[in-house]
Design a protein around this ligand. Structure first.
Ligand code: F6R
Length: 235
């Protein structure tokens, strides 16, 4: 089931997200699936400013660029440190290693790690084209952690974080769709008009590999927080 919550005010939306995370922590959640990207920046800021304690928790991140070293300013490792982990330490943090010598082997190892644990809450953003993690349109819903070639649209969307589009990596390691769907609960954040096509497709209810985010309709426990005005069907 998908629970839709529309929060027109973004501050209220992010407060609600923190509340959901806090409720999960209080009910014993210890393993959090984390995302990066612009949508997460205010969320992590609110978490940094909160009293929540993750020091007994572990995290698993969705994805990482290939060929970008940990200390690169745009690596997802650096993103997580500067937006969350430096201020809110976790007991253990896990992010795919984008500079592993053998990235296929690293993908397998990351999937094995994921299979050894249960993600209590997976936080997700969504791409303009409906991607989740870096699972681009057309990715099999059965996919596990794998190496992906980023689409031009995704590289363009992420170019704002780099000096130029040429510097945006062409490959990434991402959890697969089946890896993501193993989480006990999914919290999806979709903010801004650019996300409207993906969210409208999701809310239409048609499950299709052409729009990866629609895979979450197969999940039993999803909360979608959005600031988009959407007509809710039925009452
Ligand atoms: C990041 C990730 C991506 C982003 C998506 C939205 O770890 O997995 O799927 O969630 O690209 O990015 P923003 O929030 O920048 O619009």
């Amino acid at each position: 089931t998908l629970k839709l919550e529309i929060w027109k005010n973004q501050n209220e939306l992010y407060n609600r997200a923190v509340e959901i995370i806090s409720e999960q922590l209080m009910s014993g959640a210890k393993t959090f699936g984390l995302a990066t990207g612009g949508t997460m920046i205010p969320l992590y800021k609110n978490l940094r400013n909160s009293k929540l304690d993750f020091s007994h928790c572990q995290s698993v991140n969705l994805d990482e660029y290939v060929g970008v070293s940990k200390d690169h300013p745009e690596s997802y490792y650096t993103f997580m440190r500067s937006h969350l982990f430096d201020a809110k330490p976790f007991k253990v943090t896990n992010i795919p290693d984008g500079v592993a010598e053998d990235i296929q082997k690293e993908s397998k190892a990351y999937e094995n790690l994921l299979k050894s644990l249960t993600v209590d809450l997976q936080i997700l953003g969504v791409g303009e084209n409906g991607h989740i993690g870096f699972n681009e349109p057309g990715t099999a819903f059965t996919s596990e952690t794998h190496v992906v070639e980023l689409t031009t649209s995704t590289r363009e969307a992420n170019a704002r974080f780099f000096q130029s589009i040429e510097e945006v990596p062409k490959l990434a390691i991402t959890m697969g769709i089946s890896s993501i769907l193993r989480a006990e609960c999914i919290l999806l954040l979709a903010i801004g008009e650019k996300k409207r096509p993906a969210i409208e497709a999701l809310l239409k209810g048609k499950i299709t590999e052409d729009i990866p985010v629609t895979s979450i309709l197969q999940h039993s426990n999803v909360i979608l927080l959005t600031d988009l005005s959407i007509e809710e069907e039925g009452t």
